[in-house]
Ligand binder design. Structure first.
Ligand code: ATP
Ligand code: MN
Length: 463
């Protein structure tokens, strides 16, 4: 079966060219003159192609006049300039074959606009809608741009493990991996005896690839991971998933300043790239989902990112005289209302906050001279707040050892992580970015479950 994708046909506009198109019927309209307009979409672009099928087709009455939304067809035809409004070209059918019928009585997707909640229950059909088709193309383009960005800069793409024996930060709620029959799991001293399990010890799904990425940064220089991560946090929010994709670059011979620089370049690159390669889909999001997405992205590309310390940020917030839901004190974690206030009201643009109190950040962040703050950075953007979190990593063995203990963790569990600081330790830095949060920002979709094909969330595993 040979076909030409509709995106290609629309891009080339070769009047008189002969094509075979395959796709799904969106709508059919019949004209009195004995012909029908069939809107066909094949997923390659938001726009479908308009097919003109007339009664000279042998199966006009038997097939064409029975076509409904959702049917799949093959059309062989010639491209012509379209006299109608709404499209420049149309395909004059010379043959039309029905590949698969879709009974309109039971086909769940009809012309009307369906709610996102309903569409989540039909994840096998929702990519046939304009919105979810556009999300799929934008998600794909962003993944491609992420790889291109790092590959052009000489970073090595690293696959960190999905099943791990370590809990990256001692913080995340993790999913256990076991082959035990839970009713018959062997016990020792009243607890499940994981030494008898598949891996000879407890195993989990990873919450982050960072610690393993550091291993490769300290031998290959610049690396990045881009893979699935898992968190069993029982938070039913519009920004949390149980399974999501994370981008984590890690750079040797790089301090916090270099880390900030890379994060800023990275965001600008991805935004510029998606605006360029997904114009039609972005115009769609701007029109139907959020009227400001294109301008927001364009502004971020052209604006400088204001860099200031956490301490300076807290000073500004305390002086703001703003009735925040959560009060601000030095040492407290900033909430997204504070982050957004800094971006939207104070600096009118993106902000990078650096040098956070060590108490509110992870043990692996590099201690500053002052003994109170660590070399952390959060990149904050309007409308969302934090979009990237990163840091320079602690590269001093003894300081790291103490920070692990202080954090209530067992240094034995981090023996290899500590050894990296014993043998050829170097300054190094990295950051983590939640891929779905970035897609939310780019598309304007407010629920994270609508930017991943098959969302996993508490109580939700239907596909
Ligand atoms: P939050 O405070 O929003 O829960 P976090 O502090 O737990 O985020 P990190 O551990 O720093 O997040 O993870 C890095 C990035 O991964 C975050 O900046 C965010 O973009 C993304 N992220 C974290 N948890 C989730 C989740 N459950 N679903 C989707 N993305 C997530
Ligand atoms: Mn979290």
């Amino acid at each position: 079966m040979r076909r030409t994708r509709i995106a290609e046909i629309l891009a080339e506009e070769k009047i008189g060219a002969h094509y075979t198109v395959m796709g799904w019927v969106r709508t059919r309209r019949d004209s009195k003159g004995g012909f029908s307009f069939i809107e066909v979409n094949d997923g390659s672009s938001l726009s479908g192609v308009q097919v003109i099928a007339d009664q000279s087709l042998g199966n006009y009455d038997s097939d064409v006049l029975k076509l409904q939304t959702g049917c799949s067809i093959m059309v062989v035809g010639t491209l012509a300039a379209s006299p109608g409004k709404g499209q420049k070209v149309e395909l004059k059918a010379e043959a039309l074959e029905v590949l698969g019928w879709a009974d309109p009585e039971i086909y769940p997707l009809q012309k009307k606009r369906h709610s996102y909640e309903f569409l989540r229950t039909i994840a096998h059909l929702r990519p046939r809608t304009n919105t979810f088709g556009a999300v799929a193309r934008v998600r794909n383009a962003m993944a491609h741009a992420i790889h291109t960005f790092f590959q052009e800069r000489g970073f090595i793409y690293l696959h960190t493990p999905i099943i791990t024996g370590s809990d990256c930060e001692g913080a995340g709620e993790m999913f256990k991996v076991t082959t035990f029959d839970l009713n018959l799991a062997p016990e020792k001293d009243g607890e499940v005896d994981f030494t008898k399990d598949f891996f000879g010890g407890p195993a989990n799904l990873t919450v982050s690839g960072q610690l393993e990425a550091e291993i490769y940064a300290l031998s290959m220089g610049d690396v990045y991971t881009f893979g699935p991560t898992f968190r069993a946090e029982n938070s039913n929010t519009s920004r949390h998933l149980a399974e999501f994709w994370m981008v984590e670059p890690e750079m040797a011979f790089c301090d916090l300043e270099g880390d900030v620089e890379l994060a800023v370049q990275f965001l600008k690159y991805i935004f510029a790239s998606v605006l360029d390669s997904c114009k039609e889909d972005m115009v769609f999001f701007n029109r139907f989902i959020d009227h400001s997405v294109i301008k927001t992205l364009e502004d971020l590309i052209s604006q400088d990112f204001k860099v200031l310390t956490y301490t300076e940020g807290v000073e500004i917030l305390k002086k703001a005289g703003q009735g925040f839901e959560y009060p601000v004190e030095w040492g407290s974690d900033l909430q997204s209302e504070h982050e957004r206030y800094l971006c939207e009201k104070v600096f009118e643009g993106p902000v990078v906050l650096i040098d956070y109190p060590k108490e509110i950040k992870a043990f692996y962040m590099k201690m500053s001279q002052d003994g109170r703050t660590v070399k952390a950075m959060d990149v904050l953007v309007p409308k969302i707040g934090e979009i990237i979190g990163g840091s320079q990593r602690e590269d001093d063995h003894d300081i790291l050892y103490n920070r692990i203990k202080e954090s209530g963790l067992n240094p034995k569990d981090y023996w290899w992580y500590l050894e990296l600081r014993k043998f050829g330790s170097v300054p190094h830095s990295g950051f983590g970015l939640g891929f779905e949060r970035l897609i939310q920002f780019v598309t304007g979709l407010s629920n994270i479950r609508d930017v991943i094909p098959f969302p996993r969330a508490p109580g939700n595993l239907s596909f």
